[in-house]
Design a protein around this ligand. Sequence first.
Ligand code: FES
Length: 210
Amino acid sequence: MSEDKPTIQQRNNGPLVVKNLSSFRLADGSRGETKPVMALCRCGASKNKPFCDGSHQKIGFDSAGADVSSRDRIYSYEGKEATVYYNKLLCSHAGECGARALPIFNPKQKPWVQPNAGTAAQVKDVVEACPSGALRYSLPGEEAQTLADSDAAIAVERDGPLRVKNIAMRADHWAEGQSEQKYVLCRCGKSKNKPFCDGTHSDDGWKENS
Ligand code: FES
């Protein structure tokens, strides 16, 4: 196993090139074989996902994002025991929040986050489980935290983005509150916030094998 730290590089109008990765999970949850250098598809067109098969050239993939600065904003929801911070631009719609603590995180209520509808422990559990880093939290008097373990890893989400933890990647712009501790990278090719996922795969019902 290489001692070098893993990195991710964006190939212009092409794949994400991952080096020195040792922890890789495929969409079915199984452990993926790793190589010192791997090219992962981010155009959505490869027939060999999650790997690049050169299809980006055929479809003329454009890896540039759009101007998303107006969507890059943190909303905070203060509670007695915990405050929640949310940057919608980063949300990949994994749904861990509603599945784990619906009284606190319910899109049908206004505001959609109500920290006082549960405990600080429930908020922490959700923030830990949120794969995108769109949700952070703080306890009274403390700084906002992105909660992630310290493993450097990539997991492929079925019909969704790459879930990345603790891997360095150079990008033109990191959003407000975003951290290398935990972020999600677009695989469908449709995000306006490339290389990051902005939830478009979910809005569009993207299926990786169709
Ligand atoms: S990025 Fe190369 S096939 Fe999708």
